[in-house]
Design a protein around this ligand. Structure first.
Ligand code: FAD
Length: 341
């Protein structure tokens, strides 16, 4: 779709495309993932109309939930079990191999200028495939929108900030969730429309998944995070020290890559360049040295506290509050004080 400015309908230089964004909304077990509402915030910053996209089996309730999200004009929904992971009654969006051609057909139909997803495991798996199918250059992990063509993104593990301008007709973007506060989940009244379903033969099939279940707050969106590193020495000590600390603060648990690689903590808890990026109100690093790859995942936290026996550990350079001492003494002491306060 094209529109013309003051110089008249046939002036090429004055032509510009009407802005419209498609936000890919993630869902799990029949519920919208509120983390993906940040994609709508980014879409609103770009300007123009904002549509949301969901697909899977029994998608109606997810689509209805998405239609209530503030600032969305339309929800495009595709009902088909082929786009599920579980092939069960409760859906989660499925394999990117099958999802990418589906989204591409809907991008073509809707004439979108921007397609936006979270820089999550799913978004990182899906969007490069869409970009390749559309012959676009993906713009990854943006932290700010300067205008419809220009975006800001950290590079070199957050040590430099690049401002990138794209001339692609369709911009395929993943956004850093911590940089865009989620829009309100209520207050909107979008129309729900059936999307196109190319009904392609599935190139990949979902077999199973093995997820760590936790009653703790979600690491990516928690207000408080306590993270443990190699200083914890073993899985038994990691659990014995970190779990009561997290309980006393109502915090999510994170870990350094060294702690994950040593088997102290689950892979899904890794914070950093190759793990999750978090920006809670409070981030407490316990027995973590503060390597740049770890800092890339937590340095935007509002208050950083560190406990480390080495006074020269680089973590103290970014910490607002630091305690030099043996974590095996200091953390249980702190936990007791927090419990009784
Ligand atoms: P260490 O560096 O070994 O630090 C342990 C700390 O514990 C030390 O500072 C020590 O003084 C302290 N300590 C030990 N005993 C005690 C005690 N009793 N009391 C108090 N303090 C104690 N790392 C990540 O975390 N996340 C990533 O996403 C990530 N991605 C990477 C990607 C690439 C491409 C590469 C090359 C590396 C990546 N790393 C990542 C690894 C990173 O470089 C570091 O190796 C890692 O962060 C170190 O983890 P650590 O701080 O737990 O361990």
């Amino acid at each position: 779709r094209y529109t013309s400015a003051v110089t008249g309908p046939f002036s090429q230089s004055a032509l510009h495309r009407l802005l419209s964004s498609l936000a890919i909304l993630e869902h799990r077990e029949g519920e919208l993932n509120h983390g993906s509402l940040s994609a709508i915030t980014a879409a609103k910053k770009i300007g123009g109309s904002v549509h949301g996209f969901v697909a899977g089996s029994n998608i109606k309730s997810v689509a209805e939930e998405a239609a209530k999200v503030e600032g969305v004009e339309k929800i495009i929904a595709v009902e088909n079990v082929a786009y599920d992971k579980t092939h069960s009654r409760v859906s989660s969006q499925g394999l990117p191999e099958n999802f990418a051609p589906l989204v591409v057909e809907n991008i073509k139909k809707g004439g979108y200028t921007h397609v936006i997803a979270g820089h999550t495991a799913f978004g990182k798996n899906l969007m490069p495939r869409i970009a390749a199918l559309l012959d676009s250059q993906q713009i990854s992990d943006i932290t700010a929108v300067e205008n419809e063509n220009t975006f800001v993104r950290p590079i070199y593990a957050g040590n430099a900030i690049a401002t990138v301008e794209s001339s692609d007709a369709i911009k395929i973007i993943t956004i850093r969730g911590t940089a865009f506060p989620a829009v309100e989940a209520q207050g909107g009244s979008a129309a729900v429309e059936d999307g196109v379903d190319p009904k392609l033969e599935a190139s990949a099939e979902w077999v199973s998944e093995d997820l760590t279940k936790s009653d703790r707050p979600d690491l990516a969106t928690a207000g408080k995070v306590v993270s443990g590193g190699r200083g914890l020495k073993s899985k038994a000590d990691f659990d014995r020290i970190m779990e009561p600390l997290a309980d006393s603060l109502g915090a999510a648990i994170g870990a350094s890559r060294a702690a994950v690689d040593s088997g102290y903590a689950d892979n899904s808890l890794q914070v950093g360049q190759t793990g999750k990026v978090v920006a809670p109100q409070l981030y407490m690093a316990v027995g973590i040295s503060g390597a740049i790859q770890h800092l890339a995942g937590m340095k935007d936290s509002k208050v950083i506290a560190a406990i480390n026996k080495d006074a020269d550990a680089p973590i103290f350079q970014v910490a607002d509050v630091g305690l030099v001492g043996d974590l095996f003494e200091k953390v249980p002491e702190l936990t007791e004080k927090l419990k009784s306060s």
